[in-house]
Design a protein around this ligand. Structure first.
Ligand code: G3P
Ligand code: MG
Length: 255
């Protein structure tokens, strides 16, 4: 496997699974991450119209399936009828949308870690998402193999309420760019980590976050040479579409 930090945190997390090479957010993309030696994945979770939590990024199904329309309009039977692989390559025509249950079973089998992103797209309700997802996630995986993140503050507050003990639930604050008052949010949530867009991260902010004792992850760098300075700022790990690219470009302390 790839390196971890001294604290056992992953240096690489496969973004939406190994999404550079397989259709994103699928069981196959997660299996493939494990096969290349990346033990952690980031995946997005949201609800179908019938309340089933599924692994899906967009508000609609157009980009990543053979159909169109909103995810919230589908029940499980209709969602399972979609081909969610052919848009990527004809080799994946058999791929079906993964439910959260199926995904958690696989992650448990493969002993992988997961950054579960509570994805609250426009018009969707954060509270019903958290209510459906958190009991399953907390039961399926040990605390050290789960980080729950979101851009949505209501979702994060509710996730923290679902498990107030920070030792038992690691909360990741997701930002495009960490705002000046990031520490207020992190304290209020008893957060474990910050997850930021690597292109918007400045050295000063990175060091501030690390000095305050939080884990720091960057999405979604796919160029290990361009990312080299960020490791020196103390970044713990990258959430990348292609973690293998980083294999020989990780900080010394990692190996
Ligand atoms: O969790 C990091 C990253 O996945 C956030 O953005 O749009 O890829 O879900 P997005
Ligand atoms: Mg995501």
């Amino acid at each position: 496997s790839y390196a971890t930090t001294a604290d056992g945190l992953p240096r690489t997390i496969a973004h939406r699974g190994l999404s550079a090479h397989l259709p994103e957010n699928t069981l196959s993309a997660v299996r493939a991450a494990k096969q290349i030696g990346c033990d952690w994945v980031e995946i997005d979770v949201q609800l179908l119209g019938d309340g089933t939590p599924v692994i899906w990024h967009d508000n609609g199904v157009r980009r990543c399936s053979d159909s169109r329309g909103k995810l919230a309009k589908l029940d499980l039977e209709r969602a399972k009828a979609l081909d969610v692989g052919s848009w990527f390559s004809r080799h994946f025509a058999e791929e079906r949308m993964a439910t959260l249950d199926e995904m958690l079973t696989l992650l448990d089998e493969l002993e992988m870690g997961v950054n579960l992103e509570l994805k609250v797209n426009r018009g969707r309700d954060p509270l019903s998402l958290v209510e459906a997802v958190m009991p399953k996630a907390l039961t399926a995986l040990p605390a050290e193999r789960l980080i729950v993140s979101s851009f949505n503050r209501t979702a994060l507050d509710a996730a923290r309420d679902a498990q107030p003990d920070p030792e038992r639930l690691r909360i990741g604050l997701l930002y495009e760019k960490a705002p000046r008052e990031w520490q207020r949010d992190a304290k209020a949530l008893n957060a474990f980590s910050l997850h930021v867009d690597w292109r918007k991260l400045k050295e000063k902010r990175a060091r501030e976050i690390k000095d305050a004792g939080y884990a720091l992850f960057c999405y979604t760098p796919n160029d290990p040479v361009a990312f080299a300075p960020q490791w020196d700022w103390g970044v713990d790990g990258v959430i990348s579409d292609d973690p293998a690219l980083f294999k020989h470009h990780l900080p010394e302390s990692a190996s």
